[in-house]
Write a protein that binds this ligand. Structure first.
Ligand SMILES: N[C@@H](CS(=O)O)C(=O)O
Ligand SMILES: [Fe+2]
Length: 279
């Protein structure tokens, strides 16, 4: 694979990411190279040439390069590096406007890249006051970057009655069903499921993220909900899920009860409106 990162360099660059240098042959060396790149992006003073703006397509190439064929759970790939890459991208509306389809009634999920099955890169478009339900992430790592406007993330502890094992698993018990959907976004199965006794969910933390800020959530951290607090302005965010979310559960804030969620639907794919949505 060609190193997508070389295009960040300029001709007077003296760093080893320069186009004049050969991409290291081994995965270990490539990872070291990427690590250096990210340190440079994060402000190491000797790499001024790396602070060249890059576009969304470049970011996608860099994520593919970083995740390789194995996704984020493979050895040697870490969330911090992907977060740094996403943070280094400066949001530019012309890069992502084609993917930001808005719906009057709810936030939309728009597929930008399927990462050869290893990850999903989505753009979410939030109208004023739109928000997600409190939900888990089905074992996936989720890195979110705000591209426009502001979003509030409220994190919750798992319901007190769920065991460590239950928090880590998404597979429902045999007589429960969960939402699944095909690539066309059509929901194929929906049914509710419960999770033990009824107690309100406890808020862990709440934070507002502004344009270009990045955050990370995983089932190990807890549950969350995201919302656009503005009553007048829309918001747009970029979400990387690795591995892709197959199903997720939403939770009632008052009772802590879980039910299946249509987490996997796409409002558009690759900039084209999905026609078969059940909306
Ligand atoms: N995880 C949510 C969006 S957010 O609220 O994090 C989704 O994929 O729909
Ligand atoms: Fe989420």
């Amino acid at each position: 694979m060609l190193n997508p990162l070389t295009s960040l360099t300029t001709s007077h660059c003296s760093m080893p990411y320069c186009a004049r240098h050969v991409l290291p042959a081994t995965r270990k060396d490539r990872q070291l190279q990427l690590q250096r790149l990210i340190e440079a992006i994060n402000g190491v003073p000797h790499a001024p040439c790396l602070r060249v703006p890059f576009d969304l397509q470049f970011l996608i190439r860099a994520i593919r390069y970083e995740l390789g064929d194995n996704g984020l759970d493979s050895a040697g790939v870490d969330v911090g590096r992907i977060q740094a890459l996403m943070a280094a991208y400066s949001s530019n509306r012309t890069d992502w406007a084609q993917y930001a389809w808005f719906d009057k009634y709810r936030y939309t999920r728009n597929l930008v890249d399927d990462g050869n099955g290893q990850f999903n890169l989505l753009i979410l478009a939030w109208g004023p006051n739109h928000h997600s339900a409190i939900h888990d992430h089905s074992h996936s790592h989720c890195i979110m970057k705000v591209l426009d406007g502001s979003l509030v993330e409220s994190q919750y502890y798992w319901p007190e009655n769920t065991t460590q094992e239950e928090r880590g698993r998404i597979a429902f018990s045999e007589n429960e069903h969960y939402t699944s959907s095909k690539a066309d976004g059509k929901i194929t199965t929906v049914s509710s499921c419960s999770s033990g006794t009824q107690r309100p969910l406890r808020l862990k933390q709440e934070r507002t993220y502004r344009t270009d800020e990045v955050t990370y959530i995983h089932d190990k951290i807890g549950l969350h909900r995201v919302g656009n607090p503005s009553t007048t302005l829309s918001a747009v965010s970029l979400h990387l899920y690795t591995p892709p979310i197959r199903a997720c559960r939403s939770f009632n804030e008052t009772t802590g009860k879980a039910r299946s969620s249509s987490c996997q639907t796409f409002y558009s794919q690759y900039g084209v409106r999905t026609s078969c949505l059940s909306d």
